[in-house]
Design a protein around this ligand. Structure first.
Ligand SMILES: NC(=O)C1=CN([C@@H]2O[C@H](COP(=O)(O)OP(=O)(O)OC[C@H]3O[C@@H](n4cnc5c(N)ncnc54)[C@H](OP(=O)(O)O)[C@@H]3O)[C@@H](O)[C@H]2O)C=CC1
Ligand SMILES: Nc1c(N[C@@H]2O[C@H](COP(=O)(O)O)[C@@H](O)[C@H]2O)[nH]c(=O)[nH]c1=O
Length: 370
């Protein structure tokens, strides 16, 4: 598989000779647009972990007063894009005549893949103002949808990238943007450490964090496309690594489970039980190839849940994109720390419980002590 969106064909610039009108002013005040972005982002976030290799995208359609007529998101690859679904809902509810403004978390596409170009669908509707959260990061298509909409007579406003809600729009597509540019899956490492700095659970247990932290771990599993673990963890814990504790997980559970194991130590019966839980189990004997191998399988975002041996190897090789440490104090209090690679956006921003750990701009967070 190539490193670009499987639906992208690289086409998509305004036809030659078409004039690009100056951007028309938006007829609606910013607070109403910001509210629509929030709604579109929240709807898209419900499908993070279901859309790979496509990005999660949300769209709200507004009337000329700024009232939201409908909200939709892309559910999974091969299904309608957010804009197409929102337009369809508008039509089905008899609201199309009122549609005036589209608020979209990602630049509308301008190519025919498994579905038609969203820019054309918008131009075929009464909508003449489009707000875009972030341009398409795929270098082959970036700007094409915006050019086409402008050429067709729409006023297109792209959010100032310095402020919310642009940061949330970028967080939605952070793994997709990384994958589009590099072909590599985004690796989030999640580790729990106790007051003495150890990752090893008390005898007879496989976890030692609070209920809230365990629920966060399962929400992370639900949002990601693959889980990565090590043979040491498999042998010590015989972990499930499936999504529990959270509702609405059936079609968002990771399908791929990569076990780093150079010596063939993973027991066949555990492998069979992981397959019975719905996993395609991979054995990986070279961690340096892991991000490319996952990316080639269409994995945008992978969660690493492994012990100190594999985490040390990943850290030494620089094979991580963000790193979440759940530190448990002697009195059971927990502290969440997030480290993010310099200059990148993190999809962890989508998790409200991590907001306090992300108050520093991405890239400025310190690497947590471990
Ligand atoms: N607190 C927490 O968040 C977590 C704690 N744990 C705990 O950690 C403990 C297990 O830790 P540990 O034994 O370190 O196990 P790991 O899960 O870290 O797996 C270690 C194994 O990964 C493989 N590996 C390491 N480097 C590479 C590489 N470069 N390429 C391919 N494979 C590689 C090796 O397998 P091989 O030797 O077969 O080649 C190594 O033995 C358990 O007690 C478990 O409960 C586990 C997960 C999370
Ligand atoms: N110890 C530890 C975690 N450890 C991870 O969770 C695995 C168990 O998953 P499961 O078998 O699905 O319940 C375990 O093997 C390891 O990968 N996770 C946490 O959120 N907090 C914790 O304290």
């Amino acid at each position: 598989m190539s490193a670009v969106n499987a639906e992208s064909d690289g086409a998509g610039h305004a036809p030659p000779g078409r004039s690009v009108p100056a951007a028309l002013p938006c007829p609606v005040a910013w607070p109403l647009i910001a509210r629509a972005f929030r709604a579109a982002i929240d709807e898209a976030a419900r499908f993070v972990g279901a859309t790979a290799p496509n990005p999660p995208v949300g769209c709200a359609i507004l009337d000329r007063h700024g009232d939201i007529l409908t909200i939709a998101a892309h559910h999974r690859a091969g299904m309608p894009h957010a804009e197409a679904l929102a337009l369809r809902q508008c039509a089905e509810q008899g609201l199309m005549a009122r549609a005036a403004i589209a608020v979209v978390t990602l630049e509308p596409c301008n190519h025919t893949g498994r579905t038609g170009p969203c820019s054309e669908a918008i131009l075929a509707s009464p909508i003449r103002t489009v707000w875009v959260g972030v341009a398409d990061p795929n270098p082959r298509v970036a700007g094409g949808g915006i050019d086409r909409l402008r050429a067709g007579g729409c006023a297109v406003h792209v959010l100032d990238q310095g402020a919310e809600p642009a940061a949330a729009c970028r967080a939605l597509i952070a793994p997709f943007a990384h994958w589009s540019r590099t072909g590599r899956a985004w690796l989030t490492v999640k580790q729990a450490v106790d007051a003495s700095g150890s990752m090893i659970p008390p005898a007879g247990q496989t976890t030692f964090t609070s209920d809230a932290a365990l629920t966060l771990a399962h929400r992370l599993r639900r949002a990601t496309d693959a889980i990565v673990t090590g043979s040491g963890t498999v042998l010590a814990d015989r972990p499930g690594l499936d999504v529990r504790r959270v509702a609405d997980h059936a079609d968002r559970a990771p399908r791929l489970l990569a076990v780093c194991d150079r010596k063939g130590r993973v027991p066949a019966d555990w492998r069979a039980s992981a397959a019975a839980r719905g996993f395609d189990v991979w054995i990986c004997d070279d961690i340096t190839r892991l991000p490319e191998m996952l990316g080639a399988a269409g994995v945008l975002w992978a969660l690493v849940e492994a012990g100190p041996g594999l985490l040390a190897a990943l850290r030494a090789a620089g094979l991580w994109d963000d790193w979440l440490t759940i530190g448990v104090g002697p009195d059971g209090t927990e502290r969440l720390d997030v480290a993010v690679r310099m200059g990148t956006d993190t999809p962890l921003r989508l998790f409200p419980e991590l907001a306090a750990s992300l108050t520093a701009p991405e890239g400025e967070a310190c690497f947590p002590a471990s």
